[in-house]
Design a protein around this ligand. Structure first.
Ligand SMILES: Cc1cc2nc3c(=O)[nH]c(=O)nc-3n(C[C@H](O)[C@H](O)[C@H](O)COP(=O)(O)OP(=O)(O)OC[C@H]3O[C@@H](n4cnc5c(N)ncnc54)[C@H](O)[C@@H]3O)c2cc1C
Ligand SMILES: *[C@@H]1O[C@H](CO)[C@@H](O)[C@H](O)[C@H]1NC(C)=O
Ligand SMILES: *[C@@H]1O[C@H](CO)[C@@H](O)[C@H](O)[C@H]1NC(C)=O
Length: 630
């Protein structure tokens, strides 16, 4: 019963009372069938403050997609003491249920960020601000995410390398993708692109609605192959692959931390909010961190290094609060400047058109209410059924607009195929998660409530626009200011419009016409002739949907790159013993969802660290030997 009480706290932080009821039902069910027994025994130990050491070899800040990997790999060295500090708490049995992914937003698992209004995008959202959820929980955003497993295009990494980052080309990236992976699909596992035996479970969707078959078929009718989009080629259509284990979410906490929870040299401290890195202003050596836990400030020392893995919004915030960042901005907040660097710049995100909806007559789409049956609960108990659908996304496609050369296999638009739409939860959660205004929601979706539908989410893969993250104040509990600058470069808009056109064309293929699919217009764009470029632009500016992939705010680059914050070994320029290892370091956004690429960065970053410190230690050892033998 105490478990239920713990979950009641989750419910009370949810957006609507209906979703609270939904959560309560699901929890009661999971507890009734004892689906949590295994989980309870494998939970991480949250080390109390009194038991923390005064100093560790390494301190990792943030237990998200990258931080969990780094903490695991560093603590493989038995002589190294590692502390992992995480602001959030542990996952729950509810965050494991794939179809509920969107419901975790705005709960206490979420930092609940919002962008600043920019006037050119997110116009259907309250005050013109888009919600930017980020995981505040052990496992970080890999607990909030939609679990889609994608790696991006080979060229993405070769471009990183060509920008002056040796060792970051596709060949190296592939090595680390495979190092983490435990692919459950025996066919894929045998190809040169996948592997078995890693910590991270990757599986194909275990449930497929009839609409998914149509999606793959529609792709063929437009001339695209059904293939592994993480393999040799990226253009094409496929059934979603996900970080899913036995039908449940496989976060990086579950994958990389639970199996090693008994390692003596790894301490994990939750609800520990790091406020700054301790840096000696004269030597510029990072020697520890300061954090807030249960209302008190604590300090811990790092004898080797501090590693920032707090994600693309919080890592720059912590750097700036520690005196590393744009000089003028820091001075404005009376923060003593230790190193003047372009922290917070180079922000890139994947933006798409939300709510590109097609109504159909048959009862084949996902409607949340229909899923809550004893039958689907029972199926979930064995890792099957519709509750295992990754946040409603069943299929993935990468397509080429007229702006790229299709034979070069560097697609510029991605589709997320959703066998439902914004209204398929009857207004319980998605409208809140997307921050839509009541007027827009009512006007656009009210008349479709209860109707079956599917949705394509076209996403602009390589935006030219660059955004910015700035401090709001020097108070660590004030969220930073986020300026995404969506569509600031008009080419981004032009490309996404082409993406919407491909989506509309897909809906008109025989595969989807079999459902008599009908385009759902946005009444707010009624003043523009429908199905013109201007009409699609109007839709995009209203329902600009982030796909939750902010990166680039502590850019990796060579010393001659004046925008670089970290070098190709991920060391912060000008500071000793401090690295950033997370989504912030991407020089350019990869052409796919970012979780697997960030896990790859964690793996590679950890290897760089190990090689660096092992070499130092062995040099010391041989010097000691030489001295003794003298
Ligand atoms: C709603 C959503 C859906 C997504 N869907 C997908 C998807 O389907 N597929 C995909 O590939 N990617 C997806 N992503 C993106 C992907 O999950 C992220 O890119 C990735 O998790 C980022 O990893 P990270 O390590 O950089 O940061 P995070 O995973 O966010 O980790 C940062 C960690 O640091 C902690 N932290 C931050 N500040 C502090 C502090 N001051 N003190 C202590 N701890 C701190 C945070 O609480 C968090 O645990 C999604 C993201 C979201 C939010
Ligand atoms: C497209 O790329 C291929 C392969 O690089 C090349 O042979 C072809 O000329 C290109 N086509 C156009 C129109 O640029
Ligand atoms: C190597 O030896 C020096 C001098 O004794 C010491 O200061 C340093 O901490 C040692 N480094 C490692 C990695 O053990």
């Amino acid at each position: 019963m105490s478990v239920l009480a713990q979950h009641l706290e989750t419910f009370s932080s949810l957006a609507s009372s209906n979703s609270q009821v939904l959560f309560a039902t699901l929890t009661a069910f999971i507890l009734y069938f004892h689906l949590d027994l295994f989980e309870l025994h494998s939970r991480l130990i949250d080390v109390p403050t009194e038991e923390l050491l005064e100093k560790y070899d390494f301190i990792v800040v943030g237990a998200g997609s990258a931080g969990a990997v780094v903490a695991n790999r560093l603590s493989e060295e038995k002589d190294w003491k590692v502390l992992l500090l995480e602001a959030g708490r542990d996952e729950t049995i509810i965050s494991d249920v794939p179809i509920m992914a969107g419901f975790l937003q705005l709960s206490y698992f979420d930092w609940k960020y919002k962008t600043e209004p920019q006037g050119q995008a997110c116009l259907a959202m309250k005050n013109g601000r888009c919600n930017w959820p980020r995981g505040k929980v052990l496992g970080g955003s890999s607990v909030l995410n939609y679990m889609l497993y994608l790696r991006g295009n080979k060229k993405d990494y070769d471009i990183w390398e060509s920008l002056g980052n040796p060792g970051w080309g596709y060949k190296d990236a592939l090595h680390y993708f495979k190092k983490s992976e435990d692919n459950q699909n025996p066919y894929l596992a045998k190809t040169p692109y996948h592997s078995k035996g890693g910590f991270l479970t990757v599986s194909d969707a275990s449930y497929q609605s009839p609409l998914l078959t149509s999606f793959i078929e529609a792709g063929k009718q437009l001339g695209y192959e059904n293939r592994d989009l993480n393999g040799q080629f990226q253009s094409g259509f496929m059934v979603a692959q996900g970080t899913v284990r036995r039908g449940a979410r496989c976060s990086t906490a579950k994958a990389f931390l639970r199996p090693i929870r008994l390692r003596k040299n790894l301490h994990v401290a939750m609800r520990s909010h790091v406020t700054r890195i301790l840096i000696d202003p004269t030597t510029k050596i990072a020697f520890g961190v300061e954090f807030l836990r249960k209302g008190a400030i604590h300090r811990v020392k790092a004898t080797k290094e501090v590693i920032l893995s707090a994600g693309a919004i919080n890592s720059p915030q912590i750097l700036m609060m520690s005196g590393i960042g744009p000089k003028e901005d820091l001075e404005k907040h009376q923060i003593p400047v230790i190193q003047n660097l372009k922290v917070g710049h180079n922000l890139q995100d994947h933006v798409g058109l939300g709510g590109l909806t097609f109504l159909i007559e048959q009862e084949v789409s996902i409607q949340l209410i229909r899923l809550f049956t004893v039958q689907s609960f029972m199926k979930y108990a064995i890792g099957r059924g519709p509750l295992t659908i990754m946040g409603g996304v069943e299929g993935i496609a990468f397509v080429n607009t007229k702006y790229v050369n299709a034979t070069e296999d560097y697609p510029d638009i991605q589709f997320h195929f959703i066998s439902g739409s914004t209204h398929s939860d009857a207004g319980m959660q998605i409208k809140y998660a997307h921050g839509l205004t009541d007027t827009f929601y009512k006007k656009t979706f009210q008349s479709s409530l209860g109707k079956d539908a599917f949705c394509f989410l076209p996403v602009l893969l390589r935006p030219k626009s660059r955004g910015l993250i700035k401090l709001q104040s020097r108070n660590p509990s004030d969220p930073p200011l986020i300026y995404p600058n969506y569509f600031k470069d008009h080419f981004d808009m032009q490309t996404l419009i082409e993406g919407v056109k491909i989506g509309v064309a897909l809906s008109a293929t025989p595969a989807f016409k079999a459902y008599k699919s009908r385009f759902l217009p946005f009444p707010d764009c009624d003043h523009i002739p429908i199905h013109t470029d201007q009409y699609y632009e109007c839709m995009i500016r209203l329902y600009s949907a982030t796909i939750y992939h902010p990166v680039g705010t502590a850019k990796m680059g060579p010393y001659w790159d004046e925008n670089a914050v970290v070098d190709p070994e991920l060391r912060v320029y000008g500071i000793k013993n401090l690295r950033v290892i997370d989504a912030s370091i991407m020089p350019t956004l990869v052409s796919a969802n970012t979780n697997a690429p960030v896990i790859m960065i964690g793996e590679k970053g950890a290897d760089i660290l190990k090689a660096f410190w092992q070499e130092r230690e062995s040099t010391n050892a041989s010097m000691r030997n030489a001295l003794q033998n003298r």
